[in-house]
Design a protein around this ligand. Structure first.
Ligand code: NIG
Ligand code: FE
Length: 413
């Protein structure tokens, strides 16, 4: 562990993502870390003479990038759904399984039955798997509790991950994820309840943003609007699972509330794109869910690019539609399946992912930014999108401190 206050990291191949050059590239770069922040970033030759440092590290040409950001996960849950995977392989659809009482409901039952400690014990290794690839910030949604106490417990477990691991955690309240069985046939009453929980979640410091699932097996645009009105009253930003299985014009609705991001977007319409562009809403694309559900409708990437809508990429880690714990694999899938360029995909897990979380202090390597970065055994960041099923991350610095070299599964780093 490097514990020095001021550390100079030298001779890195540096992808800063700062400025207007491709990748913000520096062939032989250096970073000066002062406490939790970057005090200087530039060419190694230009390191200010006489900089007082406590320690110096020679990276010998290793690749350094901003710490990766997974801006959409459902990391806190119990149980798995491998049986549903088998059912889907035999022809059942995600929607049919959900309507038959499986899907999200199955995970809700298992999550409600689990203690806070066991939810934490299940979530921590998932977080560590993400961290091992260079992830330094994650978003975690609730949405498998679907009752006031269980939703608060899941958000509390997410907060605990941020306290006990060298990882920044942003929490999102997703009560409007699915209709719990006790509200069967009473979706509007359930939405009343969800809106009623938000003030207590907010005052307990459990929530950074509010999300919903606007779709045929989720909630209607009118119900989503009510959740967003409740969020707005608390000055909480919103985001939305939008146009995943069908077009509900959810993206335009969310953009009207200045949403940070609209996520999935396979069925996004031209008017949705226009509304997102106008609001500055990030298109958060989730290739893992597209792949795992064997979807055939691609999100309109070319039109999003053309419109200048920023695109982010995340794992969507969850037990039903995307049980992956590899953000690096998502880079590859974003390129091969969605036709993003490697640089677009990489910006999608750094600077644009930060934007999708409303964070301006990370996602690039520039003076004043958080000193969150990852060191990879690679010559160029395009290799991170090119290889798959391979983890070249060698070191991670989080808030200026180097994490334990290898974050072994099962150990708290
Ligand atoms: O992002 N779309 C809804 N929610 C999740 C899936 C949740 C689940 O199947 O458990 C998603 O794909
Ligand atoms: Fe999701």
């Amino acid at each position: 562990m490097t514990t020095a206050q001021r550390t100079l990291w030298r001779h890195a191949r540096l992808a800063t993502l700062h400025g207007s050059t491709p990748w913000g590239w520096l062939d032989d770069g250096a970073l000066l870390v002062d406490g939790e922040r970057l005090a200087w970033v530039g060419r190694d030759d230009d390191v200010p003479a006489g900089s007082a440092v406590d320690a110096e590290v020679d990276l010998a040409g290793a690749l350094v990038t901003p710490g990766l950001i997974d801006a959409h996960t459902h990391l806190v849950y119990a149980g798995e759904r491998a049986g549903e995977f088998e059912q889907r392989l035999q022809g059942a659809s995600y929607e049919q399984i959900a309507r038959a009482g499986g899907g999200i409901q199955r995970t809700v039952a298992a999550t409600r039955a689990a203690s806070d400690d066991s939810l934490f014990a299940l979530a921590a290794p998932r977080a560590r798997a993400l961290m091992a690839e260079g992830v330094t910030t994650i978003e975690v949604k609730s949405g498998y509790g679907l009752a006031a106490d269980h939703e608060a417990r899941c958000l509390g477990v997410a907060r605990r991950l941020g306290r006990e691991l060298p990882l920044a955690v942003r929490t999102t309240s997703l009560g409007a994820h699915a209709l719990p069985p006790e509200f069967a046939g009473r979706a509007d009453d359930y939405i009343d309840a969800v809106c009623g929980w938000l003030p207590a979640q907010a005052s307990a410091g459990l929530v950074d943003a509010v999300d919903g699932f606007c779709d045929t097996i989720g909630f209607t645009p009118a119900q989503t609007r009510r959740v967003f009105d409740a969020a707005r009253a608390l000055e909480l930003p919103v985001k939305l699972h939008a146009e995943q299985l069908s077009n509900q014009e959810g993206a335009a609705l969310a953009a009207g509330y200045g949403a940070l991001s609209c996520d999935h977007l396979e069925h996004l319409s031209a008017s949705g794109i226009a509304a997102m562009r106008q609001a500055g809403t990030v298109a958060l694309l989730l290739p893992g869910a597209y792949y795992f559900l064997r979807d055939t409708t691609l999100p309109p990437v070319a039109a999003l690019r053309e419109a200048g809508v920023p695109m982010a990429i995340a794992t969507d880690h969850n037990p039903g539609s995307s049980p992956t714990l590899s953000l690096l694999l998502m880079l590859n899938m974003a390129c091969t399946l969605f036709r993003l360029t490697p640089e677009e995909a990489f910006r999608g897990v750094t600077i644009q992912a930060a934007r999708a979380l409303g964070l301006a202090d990370r996602g690039t390597l520039a003076v004043g930014q958080r000193a969150d970065f990852a060191v990879f055994d690679a010559e160029h960041p395009r290799e991170l999108a090119y290889r798959f099923g391979h983890n070249p991350c060698r070191r991670v610095v989080f808030a200026g401190q180097e994490r334990a070299r290898c974050i072994a599964p099962g150990s708290l780093a």
